[in-house]
Write a protein that binds this ligand. Sequence first.
Ligand code: HEM
Ligand SMILES: *[C@@H]1O[C@H](CO)[C@@H](O)[C@H](O)[C@H]1NC(C)=O
Ligand SMILES: *[C@@H]1O[C@H](CO)[C@@H](O)[C@H](O)[C@H]1NC(C)=O
Length: 475
Amino acid sequence: MLPAFFCIAAILVINITHWLYKWWNPDCNGVLPPGSMGWPLLGETLHFFAPNTSSDIPPFVKERMQRYGPLFKTSLVGRPVIVSTDADLNYFIFQQEGQLFESWYPSTFVEIFGRQNVGSLHGFMYKYLKNMVLNLFGPESLKKMLPDVEQASNMYLKRWSSQTIAEIKESTSKMIFDLTAKKLISYDVEKSSDNLRGNFEAFIKGLISFPLNIPGTAYHKCLQGRKKAMKMLKCLLQERRERPRKIQSDFFDYVLEELQRQDTILTESIALDLMFVLLFASHETTSLALTLAMKFLSDHPLVLKELTEEHEAIIKKRENPDSRLTWNEYKSMKFTFQFINETVRLANIVPGIFRKALKDIKFKGHTIPAGWAVMVCPPAVHLNPAKYSNPLDFNPWRWEALDTNGASRNFMAFGGGMRFCVGTDFTKVQMAVFLHCLVTKYKWQAIRGGDIVRTPGLQFPNGFHISLSGKNAQK
Ligand code: HEM
Ligand SMILES: *[C@@H]1O[C@H](CO)[C@@H](O)[C@H](O)[C@H]1NC(C)=O
Ligand SMILES: *[C@@H]1O[C@H](CO)[C@@H](O)[C@H](O)[C@H]1NC(C)=O
């Protein structure tokens, strides 16, 4: 009896020791980058997600860059990960999409976004979907949208100015959602009784939560939110199918036409997943950027002054000052685009872009083993003092002097390579047009909130409350 017990105990101890040894010393046909794998299973996950109020490179990454250099290994959400803060390697990773690297996100994300979303599709299907979306958000399409964006901005600004205090984070998020939903599915938030956005809110609140799917948890609400939103999208698509419209103008029309073709590879469920991702990807990111933009303007009067001058000049040049914003006027907003670049550089809305290595990859003496996850870290590039002097300063004028040829290596707020964000131009139109309406007609005062927390994604835990009034009004 006793010898058997010792025998089993010994085997267990040996197994566990072996497993632990493997955890801390993973297999590799070469030299792994330095770094720590943290606790078994947990890795360094908790430290990675620890909230911090700094706008600098996330402390988790910064500490390790100082200790290990630009490339280090760690373990996050149960996976071995190589973190890259090296601009050249990041560029290489983006260029090698589909060859040496492919898009990879933690499995909870796949669960949440649907199995067939743009983020996780590869190869042919992916290119096909991407072209479809690029069409939808390309220059021709955006030109047609310009009046809608202007109208929505004016409407929301007017509404805020009628309130004593307006909370900007929620309101911009609502505005962007309205615009995107209108563009994609002609969904009119003002006229609809169902609450599509409410379901997205529940979804987003639980997105960065512990993945425990039992009633009451944020994660459970998140999955429920997605389920309800998907059901609504499905109903809306069905309605359209029953009552087709004469002039094709939105994504639903396009999808229905495509589904009728014999040789199509599009299915209804792929189209609905895509719809969901687009509605999600647009409204959270752009509203964060706009809220931060308003905070920067509140804190930097000289920037506000120059921005206002640019937009007032646009109106002065017009024959009729009340005419609508034109595409040429939009294109002429030089300082505004510098301002937007500087805002998204410091916003670092996407703190990590994930890929999976498909083969062993050698880089500057280290090896990234096949199958490992790689996290490209945009903040480390955007806040590199060698590329951006005094990187934490908000200084839109720095973009005048920056050589934009090499810029793509040092600016990756919208990703890079084949997976470059399809919403980049859409975002810029929305931001620029909103800013135009804001600075030409209104003045405002920050009242409270506006504090930033990063987990490591950007958040405004107390919102940003302002008091907005017409330029000539007394309030
Ligand atoms: C400030 C606003 C935004 C930021 C900072 C941003 C950032 C990014 C980044 C970094 C990526 C690359 C992800 C990767 O390589 O894995 C990306 C991809 C993507 N973005 Fe955005 N985005 C913004 C707005 C938008 C908007 C408005 C839309 C929708 C209209 C959108 C839709 C997408 C989609 C569909 C992808 C996946 C593209 C692909 O995998 O090929 N984004 N975005
Ligand atoms: C943020 O990170 C810094 C540097 O690691 C640390 O000193 C600080 O305690 C952290 N916490 C908060 C809440 O900012
Ligand atoms: C903003 O950044 C992009 C990407 O690097 C660059 O192509 C563009 O010229 C920049 N815009 C301005 C106004 O500097």
